[in-house]
Design a protein around this ligand. Structure first.
Ligand code: FRU
Length: 559
């Protein structure tokens, strides 16, 4: 049997479900005098029960499970949980005992990002509750700890000191018990939400969803609130908005709260009369909320709901962003996010300009927060073209590099936060005036910075795997990401820019993120590779216009 030393951890958390009657998790301690102590907890009969088993510090344990399936298991607690995070355990297939897994090796597979945040395993979607509180950036996220597909929702949690390196923390919220007990009939859980941080407290708003497997009029989405003072213990939730306004659909979720002057506002994603709509609520005390009116309505056809809206004041303007659920745009892109900039007066938002948030359409449900004058956003790197390749112990989904947002002349600009530069590793190429071929980049995690002295047509290869490839192409039709041999082939991932002068490209195993002209456009696209080697090639029609190129490795954040 493998042994686990609890070190400074004080709790074992296990998500376990019976595979046969009597399935259980067993923790065995051998005391100093040689005697043994065994603690057993029954696994969930039909669903993964979340077991919390107290441990003593600095003690050796043998941890095993019988007749049950364990989806996630970790050590938690201790005196400084935000610093020590959790330690994940995995099951030894040979003898069934659990052991501590090395994080760096765990995150090192052809389809595991090395410097984009992703969960230990299984399914992740929207970032939730983003904030900075007492020295740490917090990121909560939609999480299914049990498998690599969406199901009833939990909130996962991670913290960072620098927005780059993340420490995993315990799961925070679980689906409602009544949902877990009736999974064949109902679905739901702790859906997306936000955080409002003050000096000594963080207030969270989130949607609790409960409804039939097929969404419809019986679906209930309500807005709930909870608090925390240490980001480890969370209060009970209280319901603050029990039902949608008369004119809105049953899709009624994803609260985002902000303060403008003396008032608190909440935006919610919904639809009115078949049009995607973002609803505005108002409050004086953050607890009692009154419906004001739709903040934005989108006339475009077939947007079922404006999911995960955000609303902010930035660079002297107001900006609203939302994700277009179930919508295909004219390029064939699915579920794009749109931003709207303009003015906000007397509860009314007047749109002056709008544009796409991310031209790659693998970035969804972005959320932003402000810290020390910077507006930072993180988006979910999704897979809307069913390109995900499940692998054992893998993860579905990850998060974009945190982006700093700005508005210039009514247009949204996005750049990776400067902290990301700390990950720059070995330089692979530096030069100008020529085409470049780097056919084998070990580790397939790199950054390429490129400047052009004038707009030139080019093709940049960002990944290849046999017949499959992903490139960034600038041609008569403009700048776009092109995939070949994969399910998204034929979709035109086009950036709304007139010309290309500057590119910042981040490749990280199955993710490519492209920033154009100092943030004028950003595009995220997944591309699954079967190897941990990557490639980069720049083919410009007029190489003399390649003013500067630097390609450098990026270090893993999981050391
Ligand atoms: C967007 C979304 C949200 C919802 C959550 C559920 O990806 O559908 O609208 O709150 O995911 O996981």
């Amino acid at each position: 049997m493998k042994k686990v030393n609890s070190a400074k951890y004080t709790c074992l958390e296990v998500f376990a479900r019976q595979t046969a009657d009597g399935g259980r998790v067993r923790v065995l301690t051998r005391k100093a005098d040689g005697s043994r102590e065994t603690l057993e907890k029954p696994a969930g009969a039909n669903y993964f029960a979340w077991l919390k088993i107290p441990l003593r510090e600095d003690t050796e344990y043998e941890i095993s499970s019988e007749d049950c399936e364990v989806s996630l298991c970790y050590l938690s607690g201790g005196a400084h949980p935000l610093e020590t995070g959790v330690r994940y355990l995995e099951k030894d297939q040979a003898d069934g005992s659990f052991y501590i897994v090395d994080q760096t090796a765990w995150y090192d597979g052809p389809t595991r990002e090395t410097y984009h945040f992703s969960p230990w395993k299984n399914w992740i979607n929207d970032p939730n509750g983003l904030c900075w509180f007492q020295g740490y950036y917090h990121m909560f996220y939609q999480f299914n700890p049990h498998e690599q597909q969406w199901s009833n929702m939990y909130w996962g949690h991670a913290v960072s000191r620098d927005l780059v390196h993340w420490t995993h923390l315990p799961v925070v919220l679980a689906p409602q018990e009544e949902i877990l007990e009736n999974q064949e009939k109902v679905k739901g859980g702790a859906f997306s939400g936000c955080a409002v941080a003050s000096d000594d407290e963080v207030v969270f708003y989130l949607t609790r969803h409960k409804g039939p497997l097929q969404d419809g009029e019986e679906t209930v989405e309500q807005q709930w609130m909870m608090q925390s003072r240490d980001m480890i213990r969370f209060s009970e939730e209280t319901c603050v908005i029990g039902q949608p306004p008369q004119e809105a659909s049953f899709d009624f979720r994803d609260p985002k709260v902000l303060r403008i002057k003396e008032r608190w506002y909440m935006v919610l994603g919904s639809a009115i009369a078949g049009q995607g709509a973002i609803l505005l609520y108002e409050s004086a005390d953050k607890k009692r909320w009154e419906y004001v009116c739709p903040l934005v309505r989108e006339g475009k056809e077939k947007i079922r709901c404006f999911e995960c809206p955000d609303f902010m004041e930035l660079d002297g303007k107001y900006m609203v962003i939302g994700a277009w659920m179930e919508h295909y745009d004219e390029c064939g892109r699915y579920q794009m996010s749109r931003y709207y900039t303009g003015t906000f007066k007397d509860g009314e938002f007047t749109v002056e300009n709008d544009g796409w948030f991310d031209f790659g359409s693998n970035c969804y449900a972005m959320q932003s927060f402000e810290h020390q004058g910077r507006r930072i956003s993180i988006g979910w790197i999704s897979d809307f073209y069913e390109e995900h390749v499940p692998c054992e112990n893998g993860a579905y989904g990850s998060m974009t590099i945190p982006r700093e947002l700005h508005i210039k002349d009514g247009k949204l600009y996005m750049t990776p936060v400067q902290e990301i530069r700390a990950l720059k590793g070995k330089t692979l190429y530096e030069g100008k005036g020529e085409n470049i071929r780097l056919p084998k980049i070990e580790g397939n995690a790199y950054r390429a910075g490129i400047r052009f002295s004038e707009n030139t047509f080019f093709s940049i290869l960002l990944g290849a795997d046999g017949e499959k490839s992903i490139s960034l192409v600038n041609c008569e039709g403009g700048l776009h990401i092109v995939t070949k041999g994969v399910k998204s082939e034929g979709v035109c991932f086009k950036a709304d820019v007139e010309e290309v002068r500057d590119l910042e490209i981040y490749v990280d195993r199955r993710v490519a993120e492209v920033y154009v002209n100092g943030g004028e456009a950003a595009g995220t696209k997944v591309f699954y590779n079967s190897s941990t080697d990557g490639c980069f090639a720049l083919n410009a029609e007029t190489p003399e216009h390649v003013a500067w190129v630097e390609v450098a490795c990026m270090k893993s954040i999981w050391h």
